[in-house]
Design a protein around this ligand. Structure first.
Ligand code: ZN
Length: 402
């Protein structure tokens, strides 16, 4: 060992090594206080611990780990240090070192039974971190066989099955957790059923698709995704009344998704010849929900059935209540259709208004801000379900009027 160790310049040591060393030092002194009555044994214990600590500070982690893993056999109560070290290594992406600690522990025949599940669990986390899902799955199953009530193990098994897109297995494990946390687990199970429904749809098995979508609604009554799938099937069978019911319930499930389905809903009304009802519905929807896309949809339907002047009247009233750039842009476009105005002026005005609008991606994750032009039900960035929604749903511009 380097004799210059005591002169070590701490500013040159990696911050994580300092954290790891702090953990070791804290445990060391705690042990010294507890072992004060056994000075002889204490001396060799302490010197070994310092040796390990020096290796750690000298960035010779392999040697440090060898010492720490051996040291634990003389006192299993220091095992928490090893768990703490393992977590620090894992957090810093040094999975191989975390694995070394935990494998070293599990290989000790003297490992007390009460620590076994904890070590297996930590090793499982290491394997997960390394992307070895098969091995992690095997370990988590072993933990469950030793401790059938382990929620954290089940949650990690679910993550593995989710990663492997094994939705049946994910559901099997998740239903065990549903009773304790229906609000947290229900929407996940619901998304797994929606995934199965998508698979059934790809195979053309519509009956199965509807079974799964209904199961999804059973576990999460506000599953927009299930409602959309069921509505689409009803519309395909020309069962428009039922399709309209499914689409309209989305306003109660999560109004942010209305722009996603509004065109399909309009189609259902029109194909079933209920244009009067459609206008009534849209007009009340626009009153209830302050969404710019809805105003656009309503304007185009209004123009189809009542003409351009009706749209202009509607937009003028709307802008009076809630001024917005996008609203002005639309109004100008309808004015342009209605009356001959100087083309150059209109083009200039429209260009300026367009430039003043912020361009958003079509969809945005409400949790992490990830933007995309595809609707992902599982956010590729933060891995949360159902957080990606049509962006610009609530129009900030329309809120300016207060
Ligand atoms: Zn996200």
């Amino acid at each position: 060992m380097s004799s210059g160790m005591s002169l070590l310049d701490l500013s040159q040591v990696n911050p994580w090594i300092l954290i790891a060393s702090t953990v070791v030092v804290v445990v060391l002194f705690w042990r010294i206080r507890r072992r004060i009555k056994r000075p002889a044994k204490q001396k060799s214990f302490t010197s070994e611990y310092f040796k390990g600590l020096n290796y750690l500070l000298n960035d010779e982690q392999d040697k440090a780990l060898d010492i720490f893993v051996k040291l634990v056999e003389s006192d299993w109560e220091i095992i928490d240090t090893h768990f703490a070290l393992g977590r620090i290594f894992r957090k810093n992406g040094e999975i191989d070192k975390a694995i070394k600690i935990h494998q070293g522990l599990i290989a000790r025949p003297s490992l007390p039974e009460k620590y076994k599940t904890r070590v297996l669990l930590e090793l499982g986390f290491d394997y997960l971190g390394a992307g070895w899902f098969d091995r992690a799955e095997g370990l988590f199953k072993e933990v469950l066989s030793l401790d059938s009530g382990s929620t954290v193990t089940r949650k990690n098994l679910i993550l593995i099955y989710q990663q492997e897109k094994d939705w049946h297995k994910a559901i099997d494990v998740a239903v065990d957790l549903f009773g304790d946390d229906p609000g947290g687990i229900g929407p996940m199970i619901s998304q797994y059923y929606c995934e199965l429904a998508e698979q059934a749809k790809a195979k053309g098995d519509i009956k199965q698709l509807e079974n799964y979508a209904n199961q999804a609604l059973r576990y999460d009554a506000s599953s927009v995704r299930a409602s959309i799938m069921l509505a689409q099937q009803c519309a395909a069978r020309k069962e428009y009344a039922q399709a309209i019911r499914y689409y309209e319930q989305i306003e109660l499930q999560d109004a942010d998704f209305i722009p996603e389905i509004i065109d399909a809903l309009v189609d259902c009304y029109e194909l079933s010849g209920q244009t009067g009802k459609l206008l009534d519905y849209l007009s009340s929807l626009v009153e209830r929900q302050q969404q710019i896309d809805l105003i656009e949809s309503y304007a185009s339907v209004l123009e189809r059935y009542q003409g351009t002047q009706a749209v202009i009247d509607f937009l003028r009233k709307k802008i009076e209540q809630q001024p917005s750039i996008k609203g002005m842009y639309q109004l100008l476009s309808y004015y342009e259709k209605k009356m001959p105005v100087c083309e150059a002026i209109v083009t200039d005005l429209k260009n300026s208004l367009q430039a003043m609008q912020v361009n958003h991606a079509e969809y945005k994750c409400h949790r992490c801000g990830f933007e995309s032009n595809t609707l992902y039900w599982l956010c590729p960035s933060c891995h949360h379900w159902g957080q990606i929604k049509p962006s610009g749903v609530v129009t900030q511009e329309y809120h300016h009027a207060g």
